[in-house]
Structure formats: structure tokens, C-alpha cells
Design a protein around this ligand. Structure first.
Ligand SMILES: NC(=O)c1ccc[n+]([C@@H]2O[C@H](COP(=O)([O-])OP(=O)(O)OC[C@H]3O[C@@H](n4cnc5c(N)ncnc54)[C@H](O)[C@@H]3O)[C@@H](O)[C@H]2O)c1
Ligand SMILES: O=C(O)[C@H](O)COP(=O)(O)O
Length: 597
């Protein structure tokens, strides 16, 4: 069922950016199983295929810049519904192909479950994806894309704004003057020049903050276990250990993501390691600070001041001791809120969402491999070959065998680190699993689904001599420990084996078991095994001809003249059961199998 349904898919006729130009191939699939003109939704083994002019639906749950909305509207029906309750969102989501959010929408597991498989892309108009349940997204084959670069400068500028305004009590002094007071001695500040700033998390925002702080004459150190030292050196920043950063900083600015490792990384214990009178800026995520411990540290004078843009709970409770603390400056998660950044993230996320809906791979995918456009373009026919080999191999397995172990071999003259096989492996997995289950497989959930089904896919590189011009000379899919409904597909070493190559851009089946054949992987294939003798091609051909089934390719592979042979016949139309039965009844034919691509 899955095989035939996928062959009804039409592919994108447009390609842009990181587009996979795998267009106009009716019997093929896009990386995300969806296209600009035809979307397939799998729900309990049912498919809805939109008509040519049907548009996908994109739900936007938080304010998005106009330019991004415009891009979305050119391609999709856009439903801007703000302030939805979780229940309302769960109800709406089953009618949506994509969801665009900022940090204010919790994209929980329930949302993916409620979508019934229709939701294919979540676009986060910003960096942090801690409000999206990534594991649930991946399990449901839903791509998550973000806008990782467009608000970097805005966040860094806000960090610097908080740093400088905190040091000079700008917010407190402003409030007091508006209250009719003139408190010049109360609001004496501290200078920044010559002070040590520890940037915790030396990524995009952290390094921009560091650059700016150096311009203010600060001595900048950074802690980031994953940042390359040469990048830090290039900005004139020294990478130090976590404890060293805490011990030597006059100011600490937080710029790491919220992860299990960074959750409450600033707590009673770590505050105790800081210089007395340290000042803290947080434009990362509220959860990286234990907020109750921060209140204690402020009360104890360990932390002289804190400037916070983000909170564990947003919005924070009105009576929050932290927000009300006189030494705290707070802003309502405004780091990314500049006109420029909002237009930027809106465009960045809209392009990624539209691209993904068209079946393109995204350069900002969070839960799928990011494959550069040139690589995608080169791999295009191999991706098709990979899926078809997987599809053929699994159809050769005899019922009840249970596929558990698949080995994929890539024969290539390319250096091992010059061939990215993640996409090929995902498509082989798709080819193997889809014909035998109701699961919709794409690049996002291929590895997860294989693991969940106990399907072990191992890969092997066979280094070939010769020109590394094409990425893969041949690809082999072997399924071990199973019986085959077509015994000739079993190789000398006992596995079902199919091998293919790309010839002039077209995927070909070139080996079945130990038999060399050559048939283009289009339409469907009939494999017959017989004793090599004259007239066999004619006999099968005439059965098919009588039914007006067009033969696209025919090829015979044999071990030796007049010995065992395998005939591979490509057909454009599906032969009737009656014709297949007649082929099976041709006396010399020992076994045959009809395989859908
Ligand atoms: N307030 C806002 O509106 C706003 C705007 C943009 C970004 N942010 C937040 O700022 C943070 C940084 O964003 P970015 O774009 O720079 O991300 P990024 O991925 O470029 O940088 C994050 C850095 O943190 C480092 N890191 C990870 N674990 C760490 C740890 N345990 N200790 C120290 N460093 C660690 C990573 O190696 C990486 O270099 C994110 O939490 C993001 O959500 C907030
Ligand atoms: O992670 C981010 O990009 C920032 O926190 C911005 O979040 P926002 O889009 O909700 O302003």
C-alpha cells in the first residue's frame, strides 16, 4: 500500500536554495515526503493527496514579521491565531501542515500526537528550541527548523544594553525620577572599563557580546566546552574553565542553550564560587539560573546586581521576589525584539518552512542532517537508487521472515570523509520499512524508526581505485538471516542481495543475488529465474504484450550459457494477476516475482 501510494506523489517543480532538484519524477519521493503540489498525509494507513491547486496550511501562533508572512502566504494558506490555549492548539493542529512559533508556544508531544501525522514542519522564528519537544517531533517524522542567525546581533545588543544599564542603575534611576525623586548619590554605578567579563557560552550571541564588551574596554574571558580556542583567540578572548570563569569574573553574561547540562547551572553552590559583588546578565534562558538561589545570593550580597531578560516561567508570577528585587533589572524577553531582527527571523524561518513543505532539505534543520546544496544535487540520483534498492530488497523477503539486519555497501573511489551517506541510509531505510508498515518514513525519523523496529542497518565503504568523479560507483543492499520468495536473490554468502548503479543519471538494478542484470529502476520489475535457453524473452514478452503491458527494459544474467539465469524485465504498467500466473506457468520458468518500485 505504501509503495503504490508513494508512486502517486508528484514532486516539486521549483527548486531554490538548498533544493533537491528531484523534480518531475512521478515514482519518486522527496526528502520529507511532501511536495509543493501534492501533499500526502498518513493517518492510520489512509492518505489524502491534495489536488494540484491545493495549498498546505501553515499555522502561526505568535506575531511574525510581515516579510515572513508574505513569503508563507505566497505558498500556503496562513492561519495567524495568537494566544491559543494548549487545547485549542491541539484541536487546530490536525488541520495544519506546518506550525510557526516563537518562544511563547509550547510545542509538546500532545501537539504531535494530535496532528495525526499531518504536521510536517515546525518553524521556530528564533534560536532557542527548548519550547519544542524535539524527541516527539523526530518520532513523528516532523522536521523542526529554526532561524539561528537573524536575531544574534539583537540579542547581543540587548545583553550589552542590560550590562551597561545595570552598571549605571539606569532602570532604577529612571523609575525614581519618574516618581518625583532626585537620588544622585543612591545611584552611583560601577565602571566597566578594565573589569573582567566572563561570557558563558561562546556561540553566536556570546561571541558578539564579547566583541562589543572588548570595545568597552573590558577584559573578556569565556567558558564554553565546545567552542574552538582559535575562534576565541581571533576575538582576543581566552577560554577558561567553568570554575575559573566564576572565580575571576566581575560580570558574568550567560549565552548557553538550556539543556539538561545547563539547567540551573548557576545555583547556591556555584554562586558561592563567585567573587563577592559579581554582576550577572542573562539573555539566554531563565532555566540556566536557579532563581531562588539567585534571590538568596542577591540578599547575601554575593551577587550585587542581576539584569535578566529571560525567566524560568514566562511571564513570571507578578509577585516574583526576583523581579521585585531592587538590585534586579528585568525585561520581558526582549532580546530578539528589534524591528530588524524580527523581519530577519520571519524571513529566515518562512524560507525554511516553505522549503521543507516543498520537500527540500533545510540548512537550518534542527532534528535532521543538514546536507549542503551541492552535495544534495550530486546525490540526487543515488538517493532515488537507495530508496528503490531498499524497496526491492524487502519485497524479496519471504513472508514471516522478519527483517532485522540490513547491510549497505557503497563502492566508491571517494575518500571516506568525502561521502556523506546519511541521506542514502535514510532513503534505504524508507524503502525497506514503508512497504511493510504503516509508518511514514523521512529523513527526520528514518534512524529512529529503524531503531524502534529493531532493524539494524550497518554501512560499509568499499574503496575503489579510479576516478572519484561520481560519489558512488555501486550500492548494495543485503538483508541477512531471512528466506527469500525468489531464491536466486540469495547471494553466495546467504543474504538477499540487490545491487544498483547510476547510469547517465538514471538508477539501474545491476545485480540480483549473484546474477548480473541491467534494468532501469522505473515502473515495476519482474524477476524470473530459469535455465538459460533460447526463446525465453519472447515467451514472457508475448504474455505481457497480449495485455498491452509495455516492457521498458529486459536483461538476462547467467552464470554460464545454458545454466541457471535470471531475467529482469522492467514494465511500465502493472500486469494483471492472470498474466503473472501465465508467466509462472511457462515451463522453463522455475520461479518469478513481481516487484513494485
Ligand atoms: N533573549 C533572547 O531573546 C534571545 C535571543 C537569541 C538567543 N537567545 C538565547 O541565547 C542562547 C545562545 O544563542 P546562540 O544563538 O548564541 O546559540 P549558539 O548555539 O550559537 O551558542 C550557544 C553556545 O553555548 C555553548 N554551550 C553549550 N553548553 C554549554 C555549557 N554547558 N557551558 C558553556 N557553554 C555551553 C555551545 O557550545 C555554543 O557555543 C540560547 O539559549 C538562545 O536561546 C535568547
Ligand atoms: O531563542 C531566541 O531566539 C530568543 O529567545 C527569542 O525568542 P522570541 O522569538 O520569543 O523573542
Amino acid at each position: 500500500m505504501a509503495a503504490s501510494a508513494s508512486s502517486t506523489m508528484l514532486l516539486s517543480s521549483k527548486s531554490s536554495r538548498a533544493s533537491l532538484p528531484w523534480k518531475n519524477q512521478v515514482a519518486s519521493t522527496s526528502a520529507f515526503g511532501i511536495s509543493s503540489v501534492s501533499l500526502r498525509h498518513r493517518q492510520c494507513r489512509r492518505f489524502v493527496v491534495f489536488s494540484m491547486d491545493a495549498k498546505p496550511t501553515v499555522l502561526v501562533t505568535e506575531k511574525l514579521g510581515e516579510a515572513g508572512l508574505k513569503l508563507l502566504k505566497e505558498f500556503a494558506n496562513v492561519d495567524c491565531s495568537y494566544n491559543l490555549s494548549p487545547e485549542e492548539l491541539c484541536t487546530k493542529i490536525s488541520l495544519c501542515d506546518a506550525l510557526v512559533v516563537r518562544s511563547g508556544t509550547k510545542v509538546s508531544r500532545e501537539i504531535f500526537e494530535s496532528s495525526g501525522g499531518r504536521l510536517k514542519v515546525v518553524g521556530r522564528a528564533g534560536v532557542g528550541i527548548d519550547n519544542v519537544d524535539l524527541a516527539a517531533a523526530t518520532e513523528h517524522g516532523c522536521l523542526v527548523v529554526n532561524a539561528p542567525t537573524a536575531n544574534t546581533v539583537a540579542a547581543a545588543e540587548h545583553g550589552i544594553a542590560l550590562l551597561t544599564s545595570m552598571a549605571r542603575n539606569v532602570a532604577q534611576a529612571d523609575a525614581s525620577i519618574k516618581a518625583g525623586k532626585w537620588l544622585r548619590s543612591k545611584y552611583v554605578g560601577v565602571s566597566l572599563v578594565g573589569k573582567t567579563l566572563a561570557v558563558m557560552g561562546f556561540g553566536k550571541v556570546g561571541s558578539e557580546v564579547a566583541r562589543r564588551a572588548k570595545g568597552l574596554g573590558m577584559h573578556v574571558i569565556a567558558h564554553d566546552p565546545y567552542a574552538p580556542a582559535d575562534r576565541a583567540r581571533a576575538i582576543g578572548v581566552q577560554l577558561v574553565s567553568f570554575d575559573e570563569a566564576l572565580a575571576s569574573a566581575d560580570f558574568i553574561s550567560l549565552h548557553m542553550p538550556l539543556t539538561p547540562a545547563t539547567n540551573k547551572i548557576l545555583n547556591d553552590e556555584t554562586f558561592a564560587k563567585m567573587k563577592k559583588g559579581v554582576r550577572i546578565v542573562n539573555v539566554a534562558r531563565g532555566g540556566v539560573i536557579d532563581e531562588e538561589a539567585l534571590v538568596r545570593a542577591l540578599d547575601a550580597g554575593i551577587v550585587a546586581q542581576a539584569a535578566l531578560d529571560v525567566f524560568t516561567e514566562e511571564p513570571p508570577p507578578k509577585d516574583s521576589k526576583l523581579i521585585q528585587h531592587e538590585n534586579v533589572t528585568a525585561t520581558p524577553h526582549l532580546g530578539a525584539s528589534t524591528t530588524e531582527a524580527q523581519e530577519g527571523v520571519a524571513i529566515e524561518v518562512a524560507e525554511a518552512v516553505v522549503g521543507a513543505l516543498k520537500g527540500e532539505l533545510s540548512a537550518t534543520a534542527v532534528n535532521a542532517p543538514m546536507v549542503p546544496a551541492e552535495v544534495l544535487s550530486e546525490l540526487k540520483p543515488y538517493v532515488v537508487l537507495a530508496e528503490k534498492l531498499g524497496r526491492l530488497a524487502v519485497q524479496l523477503v519471504a513472508g514471516g521472515s522478519g527483517v532485522k539486519s540490513v547491510k549497505v555497501s557503497y563502492g566508491s573511489a571517494r575518500a571516506p570523509d568525502d561521502l556523506d551517506t546519511r541521506l542514502l541510509r535514510a532513503m534505504i531505510t524508507k524503502g525497506i520499512i514503508e512497504p511493510i508498515s504503516s509508518v511514514f518514513i523521512n529523513l527526520v525519523n528514518a534512524d529512529f524508526t529503524a531503531k524502534q523496529r529493531g532493524l539494524q542497518i550497518s554501512e560499509e565503504r568499499i574503496l575503489l581505485d579510479g576516478s572519484p568523479e561520481s560519489p558512488v560507483e555501486f550500492m548494495q543492499v543485503q538483508i541477512a538471516n531471512v528466506e527469500s520468495k525468489f531464491a536466486s536473490a540469495i547471494s553466495d554468502s546467504g543474504e538477499i542481495r540487490v545491487e544498483g548503479r547510476v547510469k547517465d543519471g538514471v538508477p539501474h538494478l545491476t545485480k540480483v543475488g549473484s546474477f548480473e542484470v541491467d534494468v532501469s529502476l522505473e515502473g515495476s520489475i519482474i524477476l524470473c529465474s530459469q535455465v538459460d535457453q533460447p526463446g525465453m524473452i519472447g515467451k514472457v514478452g508475448s504474455v505481457l504484450g497480449e495485455e498491452n503491458v509495455n516492457v521498458s527494459f529486459m536483461s538476462v544474467g547467467r552464470i554460464a550459457p545454458r545454466k541457471q539465469a535470471v531475467m529482469a524485465i522492467g514494465v511500465d504498467e502493472q500486469p494483471s494477476k492472470e498474466s503473472l500466473k501465465r508467466i509462472g506457468e511457462i515451463p522453463a520458468i522455475q520461479e518469478f516475482v513481481y516487484l513494485r518500485l
